[in-house]
Design a protein around this ligand. Structure first.
Ligand SMILES: [Zn+2]
Length: 90
């Protein structure tokens, strides 16, 4: 069965409007967590080591989620997260 990441939670954990760098902590439905780094519009996904990889089942570093960057980021409302964060801090 093909892996399909379903984002169930996303949280902005780092932001720098000046440099366009944002960091979002993402929880997937299968229980894995990953961190999405945004460098302006360029996104990279890093799986957190807390749970085995949902694709290859390894619990050490792998690049599996890289292939799903688009699927994951399409489910993250970065603008909304930034807006909510800005509203909170100002
Ligand atoms: Zn993997």
């Amino acid at each position: 069965m093909a892996f399909r990441p379903i984002v169930v939670d996303s949280k902005l954990v780092g932001s720098n409007a000046k440099t366009g760098l944002y960091q979002v902590l993402v929880k997937l439905r299968d229980g894995s967590q990953c961190r999405v780094f945004y460098n302006n519009k360029e996104a990279t996904v890093n799986r957190l080591q807390t749970t085995p990889c949902p694709i290859c089942r390894r619990d050490y570093y792998c690049n599996c989620l890289d292939k799903f960057t688009d699927q994951i980021t399409s489910q993250i409302d970065l603008e909304g997260l930034i807006a909510a964060d800005t509203a909170q801090t100002k």
